[in-house]
Write a protein that binds this ligand. Sequence first.
Ligand SMILES: NC(=O)c1ccc[n+]([C@@H]2O[C@H](COP(=O)([O-])OP(=O)(O)OC[C@H]3O[C@@H](n4cnc5c(N)ncnc54)[C@H](O)[C@@H]3O)[C@@H](O)[C@H]2O)c1
Length: 271
Amino acid sequence: MMIDLSDKVAIVTGGASGIGRGICLVLAEQGADLAVTDMNLAGAEAVAADVEATGRQSVAIQVDVTDRASVQAMVDRVLERFGKIDILVNDAGIIGVGEWWERERPSDADWSQVFAVNVRGVVIVSEAVSDHMIGRRSGKIVNIASIAARQGSPDLPHYSTSKAAVASWTQSNAAQLARYNINVNAICPGLLWTPMWQAIARKRSRFGATDSDVEGLSGRELFDQVIEETIPMGREQTPDDVGRLAAFLVSEDARNITGQAINVDGGRRMN
Ligand SMILES: NC(=O)c1ccc[n+]([C@@H]2O[C@H](COP(=O)([O-])OP(=O)(O)OC[C@H]3O[C@@H](n4cnc5c(N)ncnc54)[C@H](O)[C@@H]3O)[C@@H](O)[C@H]2O)c1
């Protein structure tokens, strides 16, 4: 299927790393110009350069999605540079504070900061960008949730709860914005070997979380074992896999899909 995003302008938060970087590159490949936004400016600049190497235009912007003033400044800069925003992908997310993997039970700071970024951050950015989209009676928003939204977890309860909130917010925001011709959907990625999962592996090697014997395994070996034991299709997911679904959801081919959360997880969760 050919997806045509030419002349579209997209903002991706968390674009400097992992899944966000993959989404930026797939959207650019389909023709979109990109605002690569992240707390990590140097990382965002490197991805913006990769986007430009594909022939599209790009700008890197530093943003903290938990801070309304920082988010409004980001939106203003994108509008100044490109004149409009067609697409927003809310990818920025965290799983804990500092060396969170050293704690068996998440701390108060883990709970509050994970909610601030994963839940409030998505709401703050969506509200700032949809104010512009409402005026144009057009827009596409994709929120990156997780399969953690589908099933509570013994060792990452704060993260699972935050991602379930993202799936619920996606429905609320889709209902709010449908009358303005704005689609809002979520993607629930499965297991990807990004810096986030590398930290999860550190925690699981230390405290365990499954019945499997993880003693002596490296982080990557532990990850491979989880893939083998829990993913019916037997393979890990990649940022490119998530980017491909994002590109479809923000295209006109998906104009009648809204309020949905779709798993990209090799069959791990079928709900
Ligand atoms: N890795 C996985 O297996 C997996 C699975 C399901 C869902 N996810 C979700 O996908 C998204 C990306 O995860 P990833 O694995 O690529 O993680 P990552 O840590 O590689 O990237 C996350 C990016 O978000 C940025 N960020 C963090 N806080 C921010 C803030 N306050 N403002 C702006 N940017 C901020 C970071 O600087 C980083 O570049 C997250 O929402 C994560 O919860 C990841």
